[in-house]
Ligand binder design. Structure first.
Ligand code: DQA
Length: 159
C-alpha cells in the first residue's frame, strides 16, 4: 500500500513564505510527521515537490500502477490547471487535495478549484494539520478498499 504526496509550486518555501497565512512549519517537518503516521500504519509513502506544472502531471502519471493513494496540494495550479485535473482523472487513483489556507476566504480567483471535482475529498483551511487529516482520510479509504477486495475474494472462493 503506497501513498504519494505531491506538492505544487512555492510549497518548498513553507516556513519562509507568508507565514501569517501558511504558518512557520517547513515542508520537511510536515513530511516527517506524515512519514511517522505512514510507518505506524504499515504504509509506504513517497514525497514529491515541483514548481512546474508538467512535472506534476508526469508524477501523477507515474503513480499509475504504482500507488494506491495520492495526497496533493497543487497550490496555485489548483485554480488553473486542466492538465493536472485530467491527470488525476486519467490514473483513477483515490486522491485527496489539501489546502493549508482556507481558499474560500481569500481572493476570488482562489475560489475557482479545477481539482476538487475529480478528488475523493478536499481538506481546506486547517493549516499544516490538514496534511495529517488527509493521511487519516487516505488510510480510511484504503481500509475500505481492502475490505471490499477481501469480500470479493471470499465470494469468489465460495462460488
Ligand atoms: C494553497 C492555496 C493556493 O491558493 C496558493 O496558491 C498556494 C497554497 C494552500 O495550501 O493554502 O500556493 O494551495
Amino acid at each position: 500500500m503506497k501513498i504519494v504526496v505531491i506538492q505544487g509550486p512555492n510549497l518548498n518555501m513553507l516556513g519562509v513564505r507568508e507565514t501569517n497565512i501558511y504558518g512557520p512549519m517547513k515542508l520537511e517537518q510536515i513530511h516527517a510527521q506524515m512519514k511517522e503516521v505512514a510507518s505506524q500504519n504499515g504504509a509506504e509513502i513517497e514525497f514529491f515537490q515541483s514548481n512546474l506544472e508538467g512535472e506534476l502531471v508526469d508524477k501523477i502519471q507515474e503513480c499509475y500502477g504504482e500507488a494506491q493513494g495520492i495526497i496533493i496540494n497543487a497550490a496555485a495550479y489548483t485554480h488553473t490547471s486542466i492538465a493536472i485535473r485530467d491527470a488525476i482523472s486519467a490514473v483513477s487513483i483515490p486522491t485527496i487535495e489539501v489546502h493549508i489556507s482556507n481558499i474560500h476566504r481569500r481572493e476570488d480567483f482562489r475560489k475557482v478549484n479545477m481539482l476538487a471535482p475529480v478528488c475523493a475529498s478536499s481538506v481546506i483551511g486547517f493549516g499544516p494539520f490538514g496534511y495529517h487529516l488527509a493521511m487519516m482520510g487516505m488510510l480510511q479509504i484504503m481500509n475500505e478498499m481492502k475490505a471490499a477486495q477481501d469480500a470479493q475474494n471470499a465470494q469468489a472462493t465460495q462460488a
